[in-house]
Design a protein around this ligand. Structure first.
Ligand code: SF4
Ligand code: SF4
Length: 100
């Protein structure tokens, strides 16, 4: 069974620009992503919001596959700061998984 970490969102939110909660799961980001990332941003952001820490950690490779090109962000109808959010996810992974 999935473990829920109620403070996960606070642990990941690395700046006031973290706004994954604005995502409405429309799928535009996936459609325009040059890497074809379906997990990022919409699914992994949702995992953060509901505290599914393990689901995020098991997708570490995907989090580091992102080019931070902002194609998704420029086309996001909800103005989610996707690149900033991904950077927060990386910062969290660096601390938690790589112990940096
Ligand atoms: S384009 Fe924006 S609102 Fe739509 S799924 Fe992606 S992040 Fe969420
Ligand atoms: S920043 Fe670029 S590579 Fe990363 S999820 Fe958005 S479109 Fe894909």
């Amino acid at each position: 069974m999935a473990r829920v970490n109620p403070s996960f969102l606070d642990e990941v939110s690395c700046s006031s620009d973290f706004n994954a909660f604005a995502c409405m799961n429309c799928g535009v980001c996936t459609a325009v992503c040059p890497m074809g990332l379906d997990l990022l941003p919409r699914r992994l952001f949702r995992y953060v919001l509901i505290g599914l820490e393990d689901k995020v950690i098991e997708n570490t490779e995907t989090i580091y596959t992102c080019l931070l090109c902002k194609m998704c962000e420029e086309n996001c109808p909800a103005e989610v700061k996707i690149a900033e959010n991904v950077k927060c996810l990386r910062s969290y992974i660096n601390r938690k998984v790589f112990k940096l």
